[in-house]
Design a protein around this ligand. Structure first.
Ligand code: 5AD
Ligand code: SF4
Length: 476
């Protein structure tokens, strides 16, 4: 993979913790002409779970002799792996599908919708975009080659919308997008039923993988040269080992961190309810476990947390923060926040703002509430007008910006170990990530740094990024 494409992925990844619908490529029009039927184009929207699902889809297709191409123009099979967390995300796929409105652009192509919009909208997609012939949810990705063969044999439309909870959610081959960092899904689905969220509907109930299979995959990845692993789950710390080993989540973290060759182990996303002291102790015990916890609060008002069915109070959440801040190493904390949930008063919003001051997040992803189909909050009374949601979001983001600026300024003059995961060609600056998941944009006299661990001194700080230079002669 070229450094440029890694760089593009970094830009994406900064937003992708959040489930933001970030398109990986932008295409304005589709050219027509003969295409090789055994080529595919795959565009991914959404969170890291979707990124990883796309790696599995690519693995399945490559394993069956398909070739991946960079543009839909050149592809016999065009696939969109979609996100439906917010309305804006879901509508993006329909604007992409609009590129194929005219007959000539559909000629000889299979056009498919995968992922959360597929699961959520099902066959309705065929009505909205009749040129789509394949609609497939994440539990059916293994069947994709067969589904494509059926279309090639003359079937007009195929769907794979089962929510097969017995599925191991692992495909036999996964094509990894990043040469040094790899994802492992340890738990799929979600049982939490937050009232605003489509995930329990689109990804089904919670099911965990056995600890043995997680460890086996981690060992294989380490042997293949991956030094950083990110354990994934919508509620990763609700992990419940279904095997006789009955490993707890924190035991699993320690076991993965102990795999020879592993330098960094991350995990996301943690639910506050299942976040216990044992996780903090595990991070303290083994420095391979990264000093970062993504612990979405969603709101600082207990009243709203109740309406959201988050199952913790403001005070209980603050106790979790104190637990993390009390650790022997500085662990960074990040969050997701929704503003403008139905019934959010000025006081509730003020509670969220004051929570920012208490939590001192290293970064926070914030969103205006978006009513979603198949969720309990969809028809709740006291909806907040859109302009007010947008106003509150701006206020919240400004407050968080100030907090981050102050926090980052304190890092100036300090040295950090980073894993280099990008090079910006235009000014030859490198991008590295600290164990706390902060980005440092730095200069180095050296070349070929991708994937290396090295020391960087911070010379300047902004709210979203720090800037510095490599401490030469001191490998990390
Ligand atoms: N509206 C706005 N934001 C949402 N999120 C989830 N559902 C919605 C919604 N309906 C946010 C939450 C979650 C993140 C991935 O997306 O903050 O943590
Ligand atoms: Fe959605 Fe809540 Fe589950 Fe997170 S914990 S995926 S917000 S239902």
């Amino acid at each position: 993979m070229s450094s440029e494409s890694i760089n593009a992925r970094i830009d994406v990844r900064l937003g992708s913790l959040t489930g933001e619908a970030t398109p990986r490529n932008a295409i304005a029009s589709i050219e027509t002409g003969a295409v090789d039927a055994r080529t595919f184009y795959l565009e991914t929207f959404g969170c890291q779970m979707n990124d990883h699902d796309s790696e599995k889809v690519a693995g399945v297709l490559l394993g069956r002799g398909y070739r991946q191409v960079e543009t839909p123009d050149a592809a016999g099979v065009v696939l969109y792996n979609t996100c439906s967390i917010r309305e804006k995300a879901a509508s993006k796929v329909f604007s992409r599908l609009g590129l194929f409105k005219d007959k000539a652009s559909q000629e000889g192509r299979i056009i498919g919708v995968l992922g959360c919009v597929a699961q959520q909208e099902g066959e309705v997609i065929f009505e909205r975009a009749p040129w789509v012939s394949l609609v497939c949810g994440s539990a059916s990705y293994r069947q994709l080659p067969e589904m494509i063969s059926r279309l090639e044999a003359g079937e007009r439309r195929v769907t794979g919308l089962d929510k097969d909870v017995d599925e191991t959610f692992e495909t036999p081959v996964t094509r990894r997008n990043h040469p040094f960092r790899a994802y492992i899904t340890i738990i799929e689905g979600c049982d939490k039923a937050c009232t605003y969220c489509v995930v329990p509907f689109t990804r089904g109930p919670e099911r965990s993988r056995t600890s043995a299979s997680v460890l086996e995959e981690a060992r294989r990845l380490a042997e293949d040269g991956y030094s950083e692993i990110q354990l994934l789950g919508q509620t990763v710390n609700s992990y419940a080992d279904p095997s006789a080993a009955r490993m707890s989540f924190s035991e699993l973290l320690l076991a993965v961190a102990d795999v020879p060759g592993m330098k960094r182990v991350r995990f996301t996303t943690s639910h506050p309810n299942d976040f216990g002291e044992d996780i903090v102790r595990a991070i303290e015990t083994n420095p391979v476990l990264c000093d970062h916890v993504h612990l979405p609060v969603q709101s600082g008002s207990t009243k709203l947390l109740r309406a959201m069915k988050r199952t913790y109070t403001r005070e209980e959440y603050i106790e979790k923060i104190a637990l993390i801040r009390g650790a022997s190493r500085a662990i960074s904390i990040t969050s997701d926040i929704i503003v403008g949930f139905p019934g959010e008063t000025d006081e509730d919003f003020a509670d969220t703002l004051s929570l920012l001051d208490v939590a001192q997040y290293d970064s926070a992803f914030s969103f205006t509430y978006s009513p979603r189909p198949n969720t309990a909050a969809k028809d709740m009374p006291d909806a907040i007008p859109e302009e007010e949601k947008v106003r509150r979001l701006a206020v919240l983001q400004e407050r968080q910006r100030e907090i981050q600026t102050l926090r980052n300024e304190k890092c100036v003059g300090r040295e950090y170990e980073v894993m280099v995961d990008g090079l910006r060609k235009k000014d030859a600056r490198w991008l590295g990530r600290t164990t706390t998941n902060q980005m440092i944009d730095f200069a180095s006299p050296r070349t070929e740094l991708l994937g290396q661990y090295l020391k960087v001194r911070v010379t300047r700080a902004g709210p979203g990024c720090m800037y510095g230079e490599e401490v030469v002669g001191q490998a990390g």
